[in-house]
Write a protein that binds this ligand. Structure first.
Ligand code: NAD
Length: 253
């Protein structure tokens, strides 16, 4: 394990840092990760989160809409780590952020959408499963509130949120942006991810493959630890703001 000073030193002089985030950056906002000690996969079966299951099960779809639009919907706020990513962006030393997260908290935390590749989708849109026709969230919410509990597209197709399910293609615009960030980066910081989900992890690993520095900040081991130039062990909300402050101090900012 390394210190904040060592991790910052590994990134010295780098002006196009890629930030790669996973579910662990949002656990301090109250959203469980998948594979951590309190991960979702310890309680629910990932097989239920496939596109096929969604399309074939009207009850499951009704549950998803209820969870999204219903009164019991939990609200989650960005934490210090999301704000630290936005802070790094504002210094001009970051090429962009690739997130596997589907919670939208990077945008809520102040990162512009143009700096963010949400490769597993986001909760800000709705589309139909057959043609990808977009629908407005506010309009579908109104229809749901008026009693349409399994709303349909004008073309008759089933609607779903733009959060990607297993078995679904990754969103082309986000993957294109992720490719651009990854190929232009001259360093990377991975935060709160086991770096085990592909193809998302490929964007990060390709930066290390080009022998650029890689800083990994995580609680627990990741699949890429042996590639790390520096490895920070601990909470993203504690350590990432410290690392970003150290980078700002380097730049005299
Ligand atoms: P993962 O569950 O495989 O790994 C998360 C890692 O973060 C674990 O090693 C865990 O120990 C660590 N961690 C937990 N809390 C942390 C903290 N406060 N600080 C630092 N590290 C912490 O997650 P992944 O690598 O992102 O991959 C799994 C998939 O999870 C992705 O495809 C993503 O779409 C999905 N997912 C997203 C959310 C979300 O949007 N918030 C939540 C659950 C799962």
């Amino acid at each position: 394990m390394h210190t904040i000073a060592e991790a910052a030193a590994a990134l010295a002089g780098r002006e196009r840092i890629l930030v790669f985030t996973g579910a662990g950056i949002s656990t301090e906002s109250g959203i469980p990760d998948f594979r951590g000690p309190n991960g979702v996969w310890k309680k629910v079966d990932p097989k239920n989160f496939t596109l096929r299951h969604y399309v074939q099960n009207p009850d499951f779809r009704r549950q998803r809409w209820e969870r999204w639009f219903g009164a019991q919907r939990p609200t989650h706020r960005p934490n210090a780590a999301h704000r630290a990513v936005a802070q790094l962006w504002s210094t001009g030393r970051m090429i962009g952020c690739i997130t596997q997260n589907i919670d939208g908290l990077h945008v809520d935390g102040g990162l512009p959408e143009s700096a963010l590749a949400e490769v597993h989708g986001n909760p800000r849109g709705i589309m139909c499963v057959d043609q990808g026709h977009p629908s407005k969230v506010a309009e579908v919410r109104e229809r749901w509130q008026a009693g349409e509990l399994d709303p349909r597209c004008d073309c008759g197709s089933i609607l779903k949120s733009t959060v990607i399910m297993f078995g679904e293609n990754l969103p082309p615009a986000a993957t294109y942006l992720a490719y651009q960030f990854s190929t232009s980066a001259d360093a990377a910081i991975a935060v709160g991810s086991t770096i085990s989900v592909f193809p998302a992890a490929e964007y990060l690993l390709s930066v290390a493959d080009r022998r650029h520095p890689l800083v990994i900040l995580n609680m627990g081991p990741t699949d890429a630890d042996e590639l790390a130039t520096a490895r920070l062990e601990g909470k993203a909300g504690d350590l990432l703001p410290q690392l970003i402050s150290a980078l700002q101090a380097q730049a005299g900012g």
